[in-house]
Design a protein around this ligand. Structure first.
Ligand SMILES: Nc1ncnc2c1ncn2[C@@H]1O[C@H](COP(=O)(O)OP(=O)(O)OP(=O)(O)O)[C@@H](O)[C@H]1O
Ligand SMILES: [Mg+2]
Length: 364
């Protein structure tokens, strides 16, 4: 439905050229919600603006449905209004001189999505109900809060039920509770309308909840594309591991590769660890090992016989309601752990820390 190949865009600033997007490529299937996730400045908005037609790329090709909307060879550029996509942008840009109703009705009254007059009221009302703004129909736009304006922008993009929707941080101005609700509702809504969406966020939780697939961006490049679960459980590199969730990352080198077994030994600053090795593993190879805080097992009853178990001292234990977030020092290194709220620990306490073999991932 959407195909982007070798997309490149640089900006010329007074400090020289800045490569904002450096060879980005991905495909979004019909009805799929595809996330561009990454830290501030990694090129998410620029990529989205290129798809929308608001920015002219330097190189690459962009297809929307059957239409080639941009190609560097031949300089084919289809203008924004002919791409037939709905857009919700970071700066929500609703019309300040119009009411909520008039803002949402706008695409049905003007432009290529014009609808019969008799339908406008009902469609606008339905869409405002979807975003929880039905009681504010007549409110002038400047008298809305940031979160309300954002919902009007969303309604305006949804009202003509576009096949393709481009969203740039559409929930960023909502308070935490409303944002959590809207994530779930927005996903259900897009699924019901079978909308194909490219959705930009720097919020990993939003990406995990809302998307079918995620592209993790960093420095203008895509570092991994996968399902939310894939990205979380099997990050392919330390950038992805470090950005999604909390990860313990340790430099390591492979010290023993047994002939037939899949498990070998790696040496790390906290000690030797048993973990499964890829077929390509070689003695001496430098790797990074990664494990998640929630997979670390902590016990107060001594070290015992389990593998991958080390003595540690609790440095910090913060109660966050559903669990304890702890930092435990093991051989001088800080390990992040999560403990169930029933397992009360205190700073200064001696504990045993086990890093289960199955929880350890090797990154190149
Ligand atoms: N019009 C512009 N002129 C010059 N530099 C720009 C322009 N637009 C973006 N940039 C730069 O390009 C890089 C990528 O910007 P972009 O807006 O795509 O980032 P982003 O991933 O959307 O970040 P954020 O999460 O903060 O919105 C940044 O370094 C930014 O400063
Ligand atoms: Mg942005």
């Amino acid at each position: 439905m959407i195909r982007v190949t070798n997309l490149r865009k640089q900006f010329v600033t007074k400090h020289g050229a800045l490569a904002a997007v450096r060879g980005v490529a991905f495909e979004v299937k019909e009805g799929e919600i595809f996330m561009l996730l990454g830290p501030s400045g990694c090129g998410k908005t620029t990529t989205l603006r290129c798809i929308a037609g608001l920015e002219a790329p330097d190189e690459g090709e962009i297809w929307i449905g059957e239409q080639l909307v941009f190609a560097d060879r031949g300089q084919k550029i289809v203008p924004v209004y002919k791409r037939g996509v709905g857009m919700v942008f970071q700066s929500y840009a609703i019309w300040p001189h119009l009411t909520v109703f008039e803002n949402v009705a706008y695409p049905l009254v003007y432009g290529i999505f014009k609808a019969p007059k008799s339908e406008v009221r009902e469609r606008v009302a339905k869409t405002l109900r979807l975003v929880g703004m039905e009681r504010l129909e007549d409110r002038p736009a400047p008298l809305l809060s940031g979160g309300q304006q954002q919902r009007v922008a969303l309604a305006r993009a949804l009202v003509y039920e576009p096949k393709v929707l481009l969203l740039d941080e559409p929930l960023s101005n909502l308070d935490a509770k409303l944002r959590a609700e809207m994530r779930v509702e927005l996903r259900a809504l897009m699924k019901r309308l079978n909308i194909t969406a490219v959705y930009v966020t720097h919020d990993q939780e939003e990406a995990l909840v809302l998307s079918d697939r995620i592209a993790v961006m960093h420095g203008g490049e895509i570092k991994q594309i996968g399902s939310p679960r894939d990205i979380y459980v099997r990050p392919e590199n330390d950038v992805v591991a470090g950005f999604i969730g909390t990860a313990n990352l340790l430099p390591a080198s492979i010290s023993t590769v047994p002939g037939n077994a899949r498990e070998g030994l790696v040496s790390t600053p906290i000690g030797a660890l048993v973990c499964s090795l890829p077929p390509s593993a070689a003695v001496g190879q430098a790797v990074t090992i990664m494990f998640r805080p929630e997979d670390v097992l902590v016990s107060v009853s001594g070290i015992g016989q389990s593998r991958n178990t080390f003595a540690g001292i609790v440095e910090q234990a913060v109660f966050v309601g559903s669990r304890f977030q702890c930092v435990i020092s093991v051989n001088g290194l800080k390990i992040e752990c999560e403990l169930p709220k029933s397992q009360v620990v205190e700073s200064g306490q001696n504990v045993a820390v086990e890093i289960p073999c199955h929880a350890i991932h090797l990154l190149p």
